[in-house]
Design a protein around this ligand. Sequence first.
Ligand code: HEM
Length: 304
Amino acid sequence: MNDTVKSASLAPANAPAGRTPYSDWLQTDLLHSLQHPVSDHPGEYAWIVSAQVSELYWMLIIREIQAAQAQLRADDLAGACRTLRRVVAHQEPLNATWRSIAWMTPVDLLAILSCVGPRYGKDTALQGWTFRQMVYLLGIKQGEHLQHFLPQPQRWQQLSTALAQPSLYDDVLAHLGRQSFAVPVTALDRDFGVPYTPDQAVEKVWREVYAAPDRHRELQQLGETLADIAEGFCAWKHLHLMATRRTFGARPAYFGTEGIAWLLPTMNEIPFPELWSARGFIGDAPAVCPHASRQQHAPGNGTT
Ligand code: HEM
């Protein structure tokens, strides 16, 4: 192949001058124009990139969960499990974003934040819609957070819709119901916009799913994948809490009260509640042990 042919075959097919297929596809020029530090602190760029990467991963997780919900609604359990395994994978780099800002001391953080307020006004990450939509999809439905989106009517509407619609867990329960598990009607036919109330009957459903290792294998895989997702979510919250302790201490935050005191109760917001509470009796021997009756009737033990 001569040089003319070689360079012709490598020439971008559709990219206009000044761009390449790579930069067009991945929008690299746009992407790298989106970081605008407001302070002269050399670490602010790391903060912005770390937060923007988190934003991208939250959106990615939203899309995956929505895809898994569609698969569950079509009773495509294997497909839903595959999709949800990807969520577990995305949580790893998402949680690793904390490493990029782990070097921060309170002096570093305050040098940056003291310039953010005067430029943009009083901010809180509660004004971020991707995290809230992901949390709603995970089934933690707190309508009070919508107040932060009043200045963004389109996002307020989007989140109000997400609040009112079934979460991933609602779709899991509906799927279990269609598989003839005794999911109570009150768990299936309810106002999805209010916080979910855990139910002992649903605990029993999870116990039944896990009762025998060889039965309901795909459902057990679904349960374990949901447990992984819940763990990944709680790990993020733990890393966030520790970063807040390290860089902010017990200072008052957005609401004028101690930021840590606001965050601590949220650590108990663990998705898929009965999947966890049922573990208190999954694996226990049933009330009437089938082996006991077999022993009773075994030859030579004096019984008939
Ligand atoms: C390391 C410095 C950070 C501190 C001191 C901090 C502090 C806080 C505090 C005090 C809250 C409670 C609400 C408020 O008062 O604003 C909060 C909430 C939150 N922060 Fe941070 N934050 C930090 C970094 C980050 C980063 C890098 C992210 C991700 C981009 C983030 C995302 C969030 C989210 C999503 C919430 C809402 C949590 C929930 O609703 O459970 N924070 N943060």
